[in-house]
Design a protein around this ligand. Structure first.
Ligand SMILES: Nc1ncnc2c1ncn2[C@@H]1O[C@H](COP(=O)(O)OP(=O)(O)OP(=O)(O)O)[C@@H](O)[C@H]1O
Ligand SMILES: [Mg+2]
Length: 595
């Protein structure tokens, strides 16, 4: 498919949107995350102790070189050499064991922190309103739950310990250096000044580069996730080439951002190496000039090399701190998004209801200034079946969304059995409602698990009975493993009608007092629909039901039909009354008859 360069660029930019979040480093995010590490402080301190053992043991080596060169070699002390050899082996084993213990503790703590943050995030994600998911690519949410949490936990389990360690090893190295020679140590220390100036200069650019990289990664995730979800549409419209170009563009933006970050990081190493080399040369120069012993000069040379290692690591770690803070910012941004519709402090559980539903003067808008429903009022008597019909986009789904409290109403009131919807707890409300959404979703698992999704305690017999009512049983029985047939996410191994029948059975099994069916049978052939309806008649008795359908044959027998149009109910009555009124419903019916 041909696409002009200009359009292609636009297409690419559309997905290459960055999240606008606080740009400057903010210590508050790190502080706030303290609660995740506090309870592991004992383990972290143990890990730190092991590391200290390993570092101190490692630092003794140069000192041993000094003893060998200055004492043992001149005196040809073989016995002393044997003892030193033994000490070296013990030190080596100590370092090995201490490193192993530290590695295991860090990994354990890191994984615990990962699962805790992730579980908190997931718990919160489950409370977030529909519009949170409506308003952003799901890939960007995923990247926070998966990648950012990993990076943050790695910082807590390793980075944090490493910072303390590097500081400690600096102290130890300085101790050994001062013990070896004070003047040479002071000489090495003067190198810190130019290094500090350099770090100050690149710090800002580093922060910017790493934020850019995490943004581009999120964009890539979002695009890939959307592309995988939409693969069928892509292939049927032969959009592969264009999408490939878009993906390449996004991936290359990601690569450039990464390379910018790496380039900055690798200016650190040469600068440290230069300063370190200059300092070492100075040691040799001054050492030889002042006729110091070979042992002192060589061991100070080794210490000087070591001295700059922790400094370089601290520089790199400062980068990790900046990254972690920006990841935490995004994680907390999710956690701080207010829950969907939280219960009022004095909300009480909704007692078992008969099912009288009343909308009083309800106004609602998804987006400010774009009213969807205005001053809507109607009452559904307990046990009535109410049909909602009307043109596409009129607000039928919106009405049932409000009843299930997926969105908050702007003004007015909705009551069930006279009890305000907003005075009761969400869980007690929804557990008495069976909602079959317009876009059905099948989860990975067996058909049986899918039917029992809303009522895990249901027996197999009950699930089969529900499937029989909607005539899903007929086709399930014919499947290779019957009810134990495995279906995938989105149920792609099922036909659209079969997916609907399974979610229909799922809704019925929940045995709700108020039943909401949004286009429950739209994908099912008219003959099967008739059978489903006959089964339903029995089931609907005694329950209030809201049935949305475009096909009027589906709702003809409902007790009351509400014709939704222009932000309100235009006509109401039963099928005969509405036909007699010769209004909108009559027109719609005539047009379907003509078909
Ligand atoms: N999440 C949303 N955010 C913003 N606007 C929305 C949202 N969902 C629906 N709308 C708008 O609200 C209006 C009513 O939508 P609704 O889904 O209730 O229509 P409907 O009557 O169910 O249509 P259909 O018969 O096509 O299912 C539409 O104009 C739609 O653009
Ligand atoms: Mg709808």
């Amino acid at each position: 498919m041909f696409m002009p360069e200009e359009t292609l660029k636009k297409q690419r930019n559309k997905y290459d949107v960055d999240e606008s979040l606080e740009s400057e480093f903010n210590l508050a995010h790190l502080k706030r995350s303290g609660r995740y590490i506090k309870k592991y402080s004992k383990q972290l301190i143990a890990a730190l102790c092991y590391s200290v053992i390993s570092i101190v043991a490692g630092l003794v080596y140069p000192y041993i070189i000094k003893i060998i060169l200055d004492n043992l070699v001149p005196q040809k002390d073989v016995a002393g050499m044997l003892i030193i050899g033994g000490i070296c082996i013990i030190l080596f084993i100590m370092i090995m064991l201490a490193d192993r213990a530290r590695g295991i503790i860090s990994a354990k703590v890191g994984q615990k922190i990962v699962s805790e943050i992730r579980s908190d995030l997931f718990a919160h994600l489950q409370t977030l309103p529909f519009d949170y998911y409506d308003s952003r690519p799901h890939g960007k949410i995923l990247v926070r739950v998966v990648n950012y949490v990993n990076a943050v936990a790695d910082f807590f389990a390793n980075g944090l310990i490493n910072i303390v360690l590097e500081l400690l090893s600096l102290v130890f190295i300085l101790f050994f250096m001062f013990a070896t020679d004070v003047r040479l140590t002071l000489l090495v220390l003067t190198g810190i000044v130019p290094f500090a100036i350099y770090v100050q200069i690149i710090r800002r650019s580093q922060g910017k580069a790493s934020r850019a990289f995490s943004n581009k990664t999120a964009n890539m995730n979002a695009y890939f996730q959307e592309s995988i979800d939409g693969m069928r549409v892509t292939q049927s419209f032969v959009r592969e080439e264009i999408n490939q170009a878009t993906a390449q563009g996004i991936a290359s933006a990601c690569r450039s951002a990464y390379m910018r970050m790496v380039a900055l990081m690798y200016t650190m190493l040469p600068s440290v190496l230069i300063i370190s080399a200059l300092a070492t040369s100075a040691i040799y120069l001054v050492g030889v000039g002042h006729a110091m012993t070979a042992g002192v000069i060589i061991s100070m040379g080794v210490y000087c090399g070591r001295f700059w290692q922790p400094i370089q690591s601290l520089g790199a770690l400062s980068n990790q701190i900046v990254n972690t803070a920006s990841y935490l910012e995004r994680i907390f941004e999710v956690m701080d998004t207010p829950a969907a519709i939280s219960d009022k402090p004095d909300a009480r559980p909704l007692p078992p209801v008969k099912g009288e539903v009343c909308f009083k003067d309800v106004c609602f808008a998804y987006e400010k200034d774009v009213p969807i429903l205005e001053h809507l009022s109607f009452t559904a008597k307990a046990g009535d079946s109410i049909a909602l019909v009307g043109p596409t986009g009129a607000g039928k789904t919106t009405i049932v969304n409000l009843l299930a409290r997926f969105y908050d109403i702007g003004s007015g009131a909705i009551t069930i059995d006279g009890i305000g919807l907003y005075d009761v707890t969400l869980a007690s409300l929804r557990s008495q409602m069976g909602i079959m959404l317009q876009d059905t979703f099948i989860f990975s698992g067996t058909i049986m698990e899918n039917i029992k999704y809303g009522r895990l305690d249901a027996s197999d017999e009950e699930a089969v009975a529900a499937a029989r009512v909607v005539h899903a049983d007929d086709f399930i029985k014919l499947m290779p493993n019957g009810y134990n047939t495995y279906v995938t996410e989105r149920g792609s191994s099922l036909s659209a009608g079969q997916r609907q029948l399974i979610s229909f059975a799922r809704t019925l099994l929940a045995d709700p007092r108020v039943l909401i069916l949004d286009e429950a049978t739209s994908a099912i052939d008219t003959k099967t629909e008739l059978l489903v309806q006959q089964g339903l008649q029995r089931l609907l008795k005694g329950r209030t039901s809201f049935i949305i359908a475009h096909r009027l044959s589906t709702i003809k027998h409902c007790d009351r039909i509400l014709y939704v149009s222009e932000r309100n109910i235009a006509e109401a009555g039963n099928h005969e009354q509405l036909l007699a009124a010769r209004g909108l419903y009559y027109e719609l019916y005539q047009s379907q008859l003509a078909d």
